[in-house]
Design a protein around this ligand. Structure first.
Ligand code: BGC
Length: 475
């Protein structure tokens, strides 16, 4: 098939170092469906989607991409794409329905089949233990506000490690603790729908504790693969050079970036200003032993980058509920647009250079404490039809991916803004259109179009572009 291309593949391919990983990423709850099949228990998200108005157009994740029943077809798509690696998540409530106690054999068997078919297709499995689907019984006991959840996570990590540890190449403990703490507990736009603002801060500590206990459990299970975690990072800019805006940018940077990376990589929390009183109270219960647990040696650091953030002092206007910054409208500061930049379907500014900025910040902040880095997610949604009869001409997505990968490679190259960072790979978010959390099915991020009425999968042009890129690399 001859396809229109907007980006010269050969040039980009020639800049990709040998042994650099090209992959795609996905998450269980967004694709699997089959929420009541095979002994899976409910998650906090299963309950949250029932809340009126929680999900755009009242969309249901019950079927999603029906990946649970279409595993062979989806692995064939991955194989044809030719990715080196596939990052997927294990559903905690599919493996351990109550979040404690016995494991569910059918759930384990499903992931056995996934891992074995990936390996048979020559694709390296990267498994995320937690991509936001907390077992509902744990959510009922406070979820991440309850320290006990961290211990339960350690047990689950051990069970997963014991079963899959001989075949998984890389383990990600948690995906974006920031998003769970902010969207789920501070602002209530994601499960479990709590709007606690600063009282949500213990949810950060308990997730990080879970990360540390998870690393220890995986090591105790003697997994052969590397272990890391994935954090969301965004460079934060003040809207102006005033002292007030710079102060807000500083605070926002602490809350969005450093609260998750500092304890994991340096073994301490950043010093927070007085606005964080509830955190300071919670902090009284944080022990040195906790920080030691959180500060585990890691084999890699996962970075999810989507957009930069600009902030100003003063309340913003009420934003759309599915807007990731909706919650900020209740705070005395606001995010500000980048009028000069293009936007994705979600309205996110397209800023590939800022990916280099983030990598440079990680190097400057963590130096030798920063392990090798994988960009574990990057991608964009654009308005696309519900059904198609031919590959979608998604030139914007190709450009987005080419520019972001190119920017990351330039940043870590000699003389680049992040020279010295050991960047090992880039995972596109995502293989196929899926259940985009509170946005339901309205935001399509996939390289493969999914018609949710028929479950037909139709690769987009970006899929063929990425396949060409993968094939065009130096052997
Ligand atoms: C999450 C994905 C999500 C993507 C796009 C990331 O922060 O890890 O689950 O689909 O953003 O919103």
């Amino acid at each position: 098939m001859t396809l229109e291309r907007t980006t010269p593949v050969a040039h980009l391919a020639s800049r990709i170092p040998p042994s650099f990983t090209l992959g795609v990423a996905a998450a269980a709850f967004q694709i699997e469906g089959a929420l009541a099949d095979g002994g899976r228990g409910p998650s906090g998200w299963d309950a949250f989607v029932e809340k009126p108005g929680a999900i755009e157009a009242g969309a249901s994740p019950a079927v999603a991409c029906d990946h649970y029943n279409r595993l062979p077809e989806d692995v064939a798509l991955l194989q044809d794409l030719g990715v080196d690696s596939y990052r997927f998540s294990l559903s905690w409530p599919r493996i351990q329905p109550d979040g404690r106690g016995p494991v569910n054999q059918a759930g384990l068997d499903f992931y056995d089949r996934l891992i074995d078919s990936l390996l048979a297709a020559g694709i390296t499995p990267m498994a995320t233990l937690y991509h936001w689907d907390t077992p509902l019984p744990l959510e009922h006991r406070g979820g991440w506000l309850n320290r006990e959840t961290a211990k339960r996570f350690g047990d689950y990590a051990y069970a997963a490690g014991a079963r899959f540890g001989d075949r998984v190449s890389q383990w990600v403990t948690l995906n974006e603790p920031l998003s769970v703490a902010f969207n789920g507990y501070a602002f209530g736009v994601h499960a479990p729908g709590r709007a606690l603002l600063f009282d949500a801060l213990p949810a950060i500590h308990h997730q990080l504790l879970a990360h540390g206990l998870g690393v220890q459990a995986l090591r105790a299970a003697s997994v052969v693969g590397g272990i890391g975690l994935t954090n969301f990072h965004a460079p934060i800019e003040p809207a102006s050079n005033t002292r007030r805006d710079r102060l807000v940018a500083h605070v926002y940077d602490l809350a969005m970036n450093r609260m998750y990376a500092d304890p994991v990589l340096l073994g301490r929390y950043p010093r927070l200003p007085l606005w964080a009183q509830p955190w300071l109270r919670a902090k009284a219960r944080i022990t040195d032993a906790d920080l030691q647990t959180i500060h585990q040696p890691l084999d890699f650091y996962g970075l999810n980058y989507y957009f930069p953030v600009k902030v100003a002092m003063g309340r913003g206007q009420e934003l759309r509920r599915t807007d990731p910054h909706h919650a900020m409208s209740r705070l005395p500061f606001r995010t500000v647009d980048y009028p000069e930049l293009a936007r994705t379907g979600f309205g996110w500014p397209v800023a590939p250079d800022h990916l280099g900025t983030v990598l440079g910040q990680l190097r400057d902040r963590y130096g030798a404490a920063l392990p090798p880095v994988y960009i574990t997610e990057g991608g964009a949604s654009f308005p696309e039809p519900d059904s198609v009869s031919a590959p979608l001409r998604d030139a914007e997505r190709q450009q987005y991916l080419a520019d972001h990968l190119g920017s990351a490679l330039a940043a870590v190259a000699p003389g680049g803004v992040a020279e010295g960072v050991d960047l090992r790979g880039y995972y596109v978010w995502t293989l196929m259109d899926n259940f985009e959390w509170a946005a339901g099915y309205t935001q399509r991020f996939g390289l493969v179009h999914v018609d949710f009425a028929t479950q037909a999968r139709t690769p987009k042009q970006s899929y063929y572009w990425f396949r060409d890129l993968i094939r065009s690399r130096e052997p």
